[in-house]
Design a protein around this ligand. Structure first.
Ligand code: B12
Ligand code: SF4
Length: 492
């Protein structure tokens, strides 16, 4: 039996974890697997933020202004421009379709597509081609955890089923039922929706150590600038309550579960040997969620992979032990941790409380100084325009960054996004009157976000404060590359 996996995550810096897991599980059960990656037909992944050009500040301001404009026309024009430069544009869609169709040879029994919602158009054309060739198709991915997305995709002609949740334990059964075109067996699988029967997500996986290590052997390693291996030590986030966060409502992010430190270290060793790589990126939303894993990594990595270099995301919680003391950060640096990312989101305690961020600017400040002293470069995310934000809150973020510019390498500043399924969205859905700042709300199912007008950001005082913040962000982002930020440029 042969399964074709189409990877529409398609990142340009390293292989896709979910696809590596699927390949490994299916091969382990004797299923023949072929992977189609759009990189092999010259379609670049989604662009990630890199060092801006000197004039980038004005470009940033224009993008911010057009994203938050109250004029629908301006926002529509912005979307059209963005569409043209993305790998979902017409040229890329055609190339992906041609490549995927070529891969649908007569010996393919089943097609699995792993997709972001932005790839709806190309998926619909792939499904149609598969339907014409009589090959069953199942689609899955992070955002199929949301019923609105499942409902949108299910009617696609040629699509047999949508999967919501983590399919690892059922994947072989899933592929066999699809190949046998046995719909009643297929519908027994948790998380499988068919046009006849949309269902809720499969329950989150519990015994993560039972999953085999991902197989990245089919990925076009020569297409990446260097060999970075992605690893995930757990699913979800140990904090998990930030109101704006869509990561913790995705298929694999819905609750926090962890692997054992031994299992993670064994994977690191095996992947190092298989792919001759010493570069790793941990995809965990909060690598310091389970302190036994975090401490296991900073303790044992040097003996497992000497001279390993790696990156991670952490959450600097205001309370309790976070595993991020100066001594621990120094140890982490010695173990190869060269770049971390963490969410500042705002420098205003009032906004952090509104977001349920669980952080405190003073503690974050201490953390940044310590990380810098330990020699770890730092990337931070920040949000502008969270509903109810005053110009003085924006100024607090600018001041925080100004005071810490020496310790921070890159800032990703994003306008508040109302994302489908987030705690903010579900609250808004129940009681829109509680958020008088938000109006003209319309779901864009292709991006799983709601277009809306946010009056918080429309005043000239807020715009002025926003410009000051963008200027500060630009100053930080213009810092020259360090050796390590170069190695992981565009990764995080
Ligand atoms: C790590 C990560 C990245 C990494 C690597 C991405 C990659 N391609 O490997 C980086 C940082 C590069 C990145 C970039 C971007 N990302 Co990203 N990323 C994530 C993150 C945090 C984890 C993804 C991951 O590996 N999870 C672990 C694996 C095991 O889980 P999974 O992918 O969900 O797969 C499981 C299930 O979904 C399912 N599954 C997956 N595919 C299939 C297929 C079938 C047939 C079946 C049955 C099941 C199935 O099985 C898997 C195992 O359980 C998610 C958030 C999240 N919590 O998922 C966002 C997320 C996937 N990213 C997102 C976005 C928007 C982006 C960007 C476009 C952002 C940007 N503008 O820069 C870029 C695009 C990158 C690209 N494709 O080129 C969105 C996707 C939203 C959407 N509408 O679909 C997410 C969900 C974040 C969010 N909450 O908004 N990302
Ligand atoms: S700490 Fe990060 S991943 Fe965790 S809930 Fe908050 S924003 Fe989401």
């Amino acid at each position: 039996m042969k399964t074709l996996i189409i990877d529409l995550n398609n990142f340009s810096r390293y292989p896709t974890l979910s696809v590596g897991y699927a390949a490994s599980i299916l091969r382990g059960a004797g299923v023949e697997v072929e992977i189609f990656s759009p990189l092999t037909v010259g379609v670049a992944g989604y662009p990630r933020k890199t060092r801006p050009r000197p004039w980038g500040m004005y470009d940033h301001w224009l993008r911010y202004w057009s994203a938050t404009s109250s004029s629908q026309r301006v926002r529509r024009m912005r979307k059209a421009v963005v569409h043209r430069v993305r790998p979902t544009n017409d040229d890329s869609t055609q190339r992906i379709l041609d490549g995927a169709t070529r891969a649908m040879t007569s010996d393919v029994d089943v097609i699995l597509i792993s997709a972001y919602t932005m790839y709806f158009d190309v998926c619909s054309r792939i499904c149609e081609a598969a339907g014409n060739a009589g090959i069953p198709v199942c689609v899955g991915g992070p955002y199929f955890s949301q019923p609105e997305i499942v409902e949108d995709w299910l009617p696609l002609p040629g699509l047999t089923a949508v999967h919501s949740g983590e399919p690892e334990m059922d994947l072989v059964d899933l592929v066999e039922s699809l190949a046998a075109k046995d719909v009643s067996r297929l519908e027994q699988i948790a998380g499988i929706s068919t046009s006849a029967k949309p269902v809720p997500n499969a329950a989150p996986l519990t015994h993560l150590d039972q999953i085999p290590f991902p197989d990245f052997s089919d990925f076009p390693w020569e297409a990446y600038p260097n060999r970075i291996v992605p690893i995930l030590t757990g699913r979800g986030c140990g904090w998990g309550v930030c109101t704006f966060c869509s990561d913790v409502v995705t298929s694999s992010g819905r609750s926090y579960r962890s692997r054992s430190p031994e299992n993670v270290l064994a994977e690191m060793k095996e992947q190092h040997e298989r792919y001759q790589s010493r570069l790793f990126t941990y995809l965990d939303l909060k690598l310091n969620s389970d302190l036994a894993v975090w401490r296991g990594l900073i303790e044992s990595t040097p003996s497992i992979v000497p001279q390993a270099t790696w990156t991670a995301s952490v959450h600097v919680g205001a309370k309790d032990d976070q595993g991020l003391s100066l001594a621990e950060l120094k140890k982490a640096r010695k173990a190869g941790l060269v770049r971390m990312t963490t969410g500042l989101e705002s420098g205003s305690p009032r906004m952090l409380a509104a977001m349920a961020k669980g952080t405190d600017p003073e503690r974050t400040s201490e953390f940044l100084r310590n990380a810098h002293q330990a020699g770890i470069t730092m990337r931070m995310t920040a949000i502008i325009g969270y509903p109810g934000e005053e110009p003085s809150d924006v100024e607090a973020t600018t001041k925080f960054l100004e005071a810490h510019q020496e310790y921070v390498d890159r800032i990703v500043l994003s306008p508040f996004a109302l994302q489908l399924g987030t705690p903010f969205h579900r609250r808004f859905e129940k009681d829109p009157a509680a958020f008088p700042q938000i109006s003209n709300v319309r779901l864009d199912r292709r991006t799983a976000t709601f277009d809306h007008v946010n009056s918080t950001v429309q005043s000239s005082a807020h715009r002025k404060a926003a410009f000051g913040l963008i200027r500060m962000v630009h100053r930080i982002n213009r810092k020259p590359h360090t050796q390590y930020s170069k190695e992981f440029e565009g990764v995080m």
